[in-house]
Design a protein around this ligand. Structure first.
Ligand code: ADP
Ligand code: ZN
Length: 752
């Protein structure tokens, strides 16, 4: 008789367009959706997730393989989690397996497994000890019986009897101790919770009248079932409102996910939120140890207790349940977007998907997006009524917006007003601030000492041997070296040109050089630097931010990271050195991003009662971005930008999908990209409102020995969008198969 079996389909942690079928012999027991099973696929073992049970196998039943085991000890994945993976795969045009792999990376799974095996070891040794004690007890009981019978059979007062009685007393007391020990080891030790156990201090919170009215509007938006965008200037109390909304959500017995774009931001916020939420609050991001991350996932999965998770985009993939609110702080921030590997998801948009999954007829999961500089996408969503706009126009402490001064570096040079990269005017301002005990932050968007080197004789610029970019010069305590910022290639710096022996001059100055100049100009100030070279060491990064927050550093020099939503109370002066680099990007989003960056940077200072100042050093003082911020009219500028986007058919009026072709042979990259572009044109150009540009080499056209070509597809945003996306993927897969051109092509939906 044939063995009874159930057919299932599973999600494998690989790029695969379909879900493979297996069977589960009845001897292995029942399986459910979300169970994790070990299977063999293409001769390799994988830990897969059951996606449906009781399916009809796609292939001939005789060819379907059995699973190897059901991993019953591993937590069952929730249906909501799998649903989120499906949404992401569909939107970002990748396989569900790739999303599964992002949600459950090998490291996360091995942490789960190691924990289980550690628990198992503890349990085994516990059982062994229990056994040994039991044996001892049995022996003692035997001896006790013997002694009792000796004492009963011997005469009162005899030596034998006295000894027997003494022995009995001794054995009885030993027995008692052993029995106690047995009960003790028999009680399984509860797994130690390593999460912070500070109790909620329950800080009180009272919103100002303006904030209160904004909160009322937010609640109205929620009641209408819509996500709300809270557009509030820096310091207007957006965070206070998030906290209020979170408290109200907890009161309803529902949970909260509070997203931030950067780990560094979560640290400052953690302290603030802790005062209100105590042990209900858990912070989750890639900087946490795998043990902590596992403990958080377990706690969320296993208890009905309410929680609030503060985290970066990876916390979207926790086993959430009963979510009532998702806050997306600094929604405009590009760090929400994952660039590689697939899925190239954006945390903000994924949060919106997650909220749909956690909403039903009776309960909704609300989304509160917040920013001082909303993305054009959000501005657009509010203009169409898809999202609700709520504004907070004034600062809580009422210090008003920071003043702005634009310094024309070309004019200053002509007047001999520059000392290195610092204008005299800026030096004066910094000195004034220092003398008042205030803090200063300087932004320079390039790291390294010199971003580019050039031979003074032959003009050669040393390039990375693996990428099509110039090498930058770095200085460290171990000496000087050149490095590639794209592939990480490093080589010692030889000071002489390898082509002609001439000496190098540096083109431009990176953060290291600015730091060096600053130390020279302000010898008595405490100066520190914050850029991705420093931030590789997370402890050092956290220390610098803490030192600056607490006033131990006076001047902080950094790249984009310093513009993010930090709150430094003594910071009154922020300045951009060589601001032109912010405008240099050849991208239709360049102006939007430059404006957001400057506005954010401006928002860092003067958060308390002191008015702040933003200084921009540039050689293009008339650029519309600077003019717009100087005249405090970013909203008008947004309207201009939106109109431009509409005229050119750019997002948010369309959807861009970028196709990247990568190949170690340049001619093949070129050829295949051309062929692919043609294929796509035939498929998508039937609708002449779609546009396809390229193939063209991107600004950096070779990275890590791979030549890159880009094809940019711009799809109309209407009912046809979904169909066209699917057509595109189908055509691509066909192309890969027919040309046997696998693993060269990748897709990026909504590139940043
Ligand atoms: P945003 O998030 O918009 O930048 P914050 O919430 O950080 O603004 O508020 C700025 C500062 O004002 C913070 O120091 C905060 O503690 C204070 N603040 C804002 N609203 C209130 C309030 N209702 N009561 C007390 N302090 C407030
Ligand atoms: Zn390189």
């Amino acid at each position: 008789m044939a063995e009874l079996k159930t057919y299932i389909s599973v999600i494998l942690p690989i790029k695969l367009d379909w879900e493979a079928s297996y069977f589960v012999p009845h001897s292995m027991g029942e399986v459910q959706v979300g169970d994790r099973v070990r299977v063999i696929f293409a001769n390799r073992k994988y830990l897969a997730v059951v996606s449906s049970v009781g399916v009809k196998p796609e292939v001939d039943a005789g060819r379907v393989m059995s699973i190897i085991t059901v991993e019953r000890e591993l937590r069952r994945i929730r249906k909501e989690e799998i649903l989120l993976w499906r949404y992401i795969a569909e939107y970002y045009l990748c396989s569900i397996g790739e999303v599964y792999k992002t949600a459950y990376p090998t490291e996360k799974i091995s942490s789960e497994e190691n924990h289980l095996s550690a628990l198992r070891k503890v349990e085994n040794s516990r059982l062994k000890i229990q056994e040994q004690i039991q044996l001892r007890i049995n022996k003692m009981e035997e001896r006790l019986q013997k002694k009792i019978s000796i004492s009963e059979s011997s005469k009162d007062g005899s030596k034998t009897k006295t000894k027997a009685l003494a022995d009995i007393a001794k054995i009885q007391s030993d027995l008692e101790a052993a029995r106690k020990a047995l009960t003790h080891v028999s009680q399984k030790e509860e797994s130690q919770c390593i999460l912070s156990e500070t109790s909620a201090i329950g800080s009180t919170l009272s919103l100002s009248a303006t904030q209160d009215s904004a909160y009322e509007q937010i609640k109205n938006g929620f009641s209408a079932g819509k996500p709300v965008l809270l557009h509030g200037v820096t310091g207007s109390g957006k965070t206070e409102i998030y906290i209020k909304a979170a408290k109200d959500t907890l009161k309803q017995g529902r949970n909260i996910l509070y997203l931030v774009p950067e780990i560094a931001l979560s640290r400052q916020l953690e302290e603030r939120l802790n005062k209100h939420f105590g042990s209900t609050l858990m912070t989750y991001h890639s900087g946490k140890s795998s043990t902590t991350k596992r403990a958080i996932a377990e706690k969320i999965a296993s208890t009905d207790d309410n929680y609030i998770v503060l985290g970066t985009r990876s916390s979207l993939f926790l086993p959430h349940h009963d979510l009532g609110l998702i806050v997306v702080d600094e929604e405009h921030d590009n760090s929400y977007k994952q660039d590689s590997p697939a899925p190239n998801y954006n945390g903000r948009d994924t949060a919106l998907m997650l909220s749909v999954i956690h909403s039903n007829d009776s309960q909704r999961c609300n989304v509160l997006l917040g920013s001082a500089t909303p993305s054009l996408e959000e501005v657009y969503n509010c203009s169409t009524g898809k999202h609700i706009l709520v504004e907070l126009k004034e600062r809580y402490h009422g210090s008003g917006e920071s003043e702005i001064e634009i310094i024309d570096t070309r004019a200053e040079k002509r007047k001999n007003g520059m000392r290195g990269n610092f204008s005299r005017k800026l030096i004066d301002k910094i000195e004034q601030a220092l003398s008042k005990g205030e803090q200063i932050m300087l932004l320079r968007s390039r790291r390294a000492w010199a971003p580019v080197l050039q031979c003074e004789i032959c003009g050669d610029m040393p390039k990375c041997p693996h990428c099509n970019v110039s090498l930058s010069l770095h200085k460290s305590h171990r000496g000087q070296f050149t490095a590639c910022h794209h592939c990480g290639y490093k080589s010692p710096y030889h000071e002489k040109c390898s082509k002609c022996g001439g000496s190098f001059r540096s083109l431009g100055a990176g953060t290291q050089k600015i730091e060096e100049e600053a130390r020279d100009i302000f010898p008595n100030a405490v100066i520190a630097r914050l850029d991705s070279d420093i931030c590789q060491n997370k402890t050092k990064e956290a220390q610098i931010i803490k030192d600056f927050t607490e006033g131990r550093i006076q001047i902080l020099i950094g790249t984009q990271i310093v513009t993010k939503g930090f709150d430094f109370s003594r910071l009154t002066l922020v300045a951009v050195i060589a601001a032109d680099a912010l405008l240099g990007m050849q991208d239709f989003r360049a102006d939007e991003k430059a404006l957001q960056l400057l506005e954010q940077f401006r928002g860092r200072c003067g958060r308390r009662d002191k008015k702040g100042q933003l200084i921009i050093q540039t050689s293009q003082p008339d650029h519309p971005v600077y003019q717009s911020i100087a005249q405090s009219r970013p909203t008008d500028f947004n309207t201009i930008l939106l109109n431009e986007r509409k005229d050119f058919g750019y997002p948010p009026y369309s959807r861009i999908i970028e196709i990247q072709v990568k190949d170690i042979y340049e001619d093949r990259a070129e050829l295949m990209a051309k062929k692919l572009a043609e294929t796509i044109r035939t498929v998508l150009m039937s609708d002449n409102r779609n546009t396809i540009t390229g193939p063209y080499p991107p600004a950096v056209s070779k990275v890590a020995d791979n030549h890159i070509r880009i094809i940019r597809v711009c799809l109309r945003k209407d009912k046809s969008l979904h169909v066209h996306k699917m057509d595109l993927v189908k055509a691509l897969r066909m192309f890969e198969k027919e040309n046997r051109y696998i693993r060269h092509i990748s897709l990026n939906v909504d590139p940043s």
